[in-house]
Design a protein around this ligand. Structure first.
Ligand code: UD1
Ligand code: UDP
Length: 356
């Protein structure tokens, strides 16, 4: 069986690392990795291939940043050429970025079956580019590999036939379990802070926040009210927007460049709590037994909100500050939520069963 994997953005490297390893372990599967180039800074791309031992992409399309239509269109065109040449049995895509949609669409138009890892997530906010990417990808996919019971329900509600859906669990849970023993302190963190663990970890990159000056002001005002330092590995999108807006940054922010996954795992493991608008980091907070303050108005990971370990606070300074105050409280767990940590193997099993 030949599989073309299409990836391009940071969270996809983490997810693909898990599945690529499982594909190699299964044997007899030829995986061809295509990197669209959506993320290209060394600390947004190359570091993940190195640290997580992801096989080098056979095709690097080199398509960088740009408006959604132009980026997705250029990716679509270039992926189509690769697929015509490679003639895979399956195209494997991950998550909800423009690279996901381009990979899925290119394959579907060529009648190559698409397998979507992390299918079925919904925020029910169609102003999010990711929501459009997810819905369209799910509706052209032949195999929908879901991480949670919520995603199964979302797909059933949209009329996707049950025989296309396989709940494999969350590949990001596998990643946390597998790489945690190799977690390492980022060199930018000073020894006293590292030893104390008395800091919050924050990430901000969601377009609804970065592209709205009012929301960015609200978020910075909320973080300024926190009672301890906040380590913020700054996404290049956010860095660019902050520079353009010329907003003053609260002193308690310790801004560092984006870190590799092993450094991120260390920060997540060591911090007091997590404040984020990331999709993946919300779950990683839970995997590490930390509370999460989510600076969004809705989330795809509603089970964590229902469990009481994730609080949605939007961009309201008072809500952010109040949630941060509660962030040190212990969390409850529900081990049934995201599978058994073998989602990578389950993906391979589902692909083999679908191909048989
Ligand atoms: C993308 C995904 C988002 C995902 C995020 C993960 C889409 C629509 N969005 O958002 O779902 O959560 O990745 O991090 O696909 N930039 C650099 N260097 C890079 C990459 C980006 O400087 O290596 C800057 C550029 O100015 C670029 C901006 O970041 O215009 C945004 O990048 P883009 O890939 O369009 O979206 P993300 O915000 O990264
Ligand atoms: N991540 C990382 N370094 C960072 C920030 C995030 O390795 O500086 C990892 C994080 O641990 C998670 C993934 O990147 O595994 C999440 O990506 P991101 O937040 O960019 O995207 P989202 O999940 O929101 O799509």
């Amino acid at each position: 069986m030949k599989i073309v994997t299409v990836i391009g953005a940071r969270p996809q490297f983490v997810k693909a690392a898990v599945v690529s390893r499982a594909l190699a372990e299964a044997g007899g599967i030829d995986e061809v990795i295509v990197h669209t180039g959506q993320h290209y800074d060394p600390n947004m791309s190359e570091i993940f291939f190195e640290e997580l031992s992801i096989p080098s992409p056979q095709h690097h399309l080199g398509i960088g940043s740009g408006p959604h239509g132009a980026m997705t269109g250029r990716q679509l065109e270039a992926i189509e050429t690769v697929l015509i040449d490679e003639k895979p049995d399956w195209v494997l895509v991950y998550g909800d970025t423009n690279s996901t949609l381009a990979g899925a669409l290119a394959a579907a138009k060529l009648h190559i079956p698409v397998a979507h890892v992390e299918a079925g997530l919904r925020s029910f906010n169609r102003r999010m580019p990711e929501e459009i990417n997810r819905i369209l990808t799910d509706h052209v996919a032949s195999l929908l590999l879901t991480p949670s019971a919520t995603s199964d329900r979302n797909l059933a509600n949209e009329g996707i036939p049950a025989d296309k859906i396989v709940n494999v669990g969350d590949v990001m849970f596998d990643a946390t379990l597998f790489y945690k023993p190799r977690a390492k302190c980022p060199p930018q963190i000073d020894a006293d802070l590292a030893a104390s663990g008395d800091f919050l970890l924050a990430t901000i990159h969601r377009a609804e926040n970065t592209d709205d000056p009012e929301r960015m002001r609200g978020i910075l005002a909320g973080l300024a009210l926190a009672d301890r330092p906040i380590v913020l590995p700054l996404h290049p999108r956010t860095r660019g927007k902050l520079e353009t807006l010329g907003l003053a940054l609260p002193e308690k922010l310790i801004i560092i460049d984006p870190v590799g996954y092993l450094e991120m795992l260390w920060l997540e493991e060591r911090c007091a709590a997590i404040v984020t608008d990331s999709g993946g980091v919300q779950k990683e907070a839970y995997f590490h037994g930390k509370r999460c303050v989510t600076m969004r108005d809705e989330t795809e990971w509603v089970e964590l909100v229902d469990l009481g370990v994730n609080e949605l606070v939007g961009a309201d300074p008072q809500l952010i500050a109040a949630a941060i105050e509660r962030a040190g409280d212990p969390i409850v767990r529900d081990d049934s939520l995201f599978g058994g940590g073998d989602a990578g193997r389950q993906v391979v099993k589902a692909l083999m069963a679908a191909a048989a």
